[in-house]
Design a protein around this ligand. Structure first.
Ligand code: CA
Length: 290
């Protein structure tokens, strides 16, 4: 049985997202999308600091050559965490900034995948930023681009477009970054909200944050079955990532957005970072290799 869920940072973010563990520095990166904040949380000291990047920021990943990479409203951006200096490094061709970037992650070869949100007049997409900073549109007709994960054998990519209420899989080519053969591996039942952020554990199972589902769930992509459901004190978890020295802590971001005072009163710690020890370890996150 998992330990109790603990509120480790009462940050009251508007739209917390993009949790990812930096193994080298033993800190958790996460973002607050709407105010454009990139956060660095150190569990050893319980201190958090935030850097302002002056536009909405959907996700953050460590960069092998130093600093961080972000998916922001305009495209892909680098961030120097010592100086706070940012630089827009790549913009998808024809990118409409009304379609802001949301969740994203690096693949095992160090390519940075991040997707956008649809608007009433323009669909979102999933993009891939390669090491040479070229951008490739990989999935079209996306509503809300969210969780990404790669299988232990690096042959399958898992992907969540939240509005489909499904976890889909693609055949994934590690050498080229090509994906093919899209199919559904998990269909989320009624009562579990929308699947949102996702991470993989060391046993090859998927941990998914369920927006409006009050839970994070462990799904088996081989069978499509629910393996574990951990209830949260908040309705809208958005992303989850394993961290800690032993990679045995699951960190979860959450939101206060669109919650009125009555709803917030029922959600202790909404917008904060939660942590639990689910009894299984995670995997080190991949960094951007470019
Ligand atoms: Ca998310």
């Amino acid at each position: 049985m998992p330990d109790a869920v603990e509120l480790v940072l009462d940050s009251r973010s508007i739209l917390g997202e993009g949790a990812i563990w930096d193994e080298k520095n033993q800190v958790l990166y996460w973002v607050d999308i709407d105010p454009g904040l990139v956060h660095i949380y150190d569990p050893a000291t319980r201190k958090d600091r935030a850097l302002q990047v002056r536009q909405s920021v959907g996700t953050v990943v460590p960069r092998a050559s130093g600093g961080l990479m972000l998916a922001v409203r305009e495209g892909f951006m680098s961030l120097d965490i010592e100086t706070g200096k940012t630089a827009l490094v790549a913009v998808p061709q024809g990118h409409n900034t009304e379609n802001r970037f949301n969740d994203g992650k690096c693949d095992p070869a160090g390519r940075f995948w991040a997707g956008t949100m649809e608007t009433p007049t323009s669909k979102g997409a999933l993009f891939r930023l390669d090491r040479d900073l070229s951008v490739h549109k990989m999935v079209d007709n996306v509503a809300i681009s969210n969780g990404l994960a790669w299988s232990l054998d690096k042959k399958t990519m898992y992907y969540i477009d939240s509005m489909t209420r499904k976890i889909d899989a693609f055949d994934y080519d590690l050498m080229t970054g090509a994906i093919s053969n899209r199919r559904t591996v998990v269909s989320v039942p009624e009562g579990y909200g929308l699947p949102d952020g996702m991470t993989m554990d060391a046993e090859g199972k998927l941990w998914v944050a369920h927006w409006d589902g009050w839970c994070v769930c462990r799904w088996d992509p081989a069978t499509g079955k629910l393996m574990q459901n951990v209830r949260l004190p908040v309705a809208r978890p958005t992303s989850c990532a394993f961290g800690g020295p032993a990679l045995d802590s699951l960190y979860i971001t959450s939101v206060t957005t669109e919650l009125d005072a009555a709803a917030l009163a029922k959600q202790q710690g909404a917008g904060g970072i939660f942590c639990l020890k689910p009894g299984v370890r995670g995997l080190p996150a991949f960094s951007f290799a470019g």
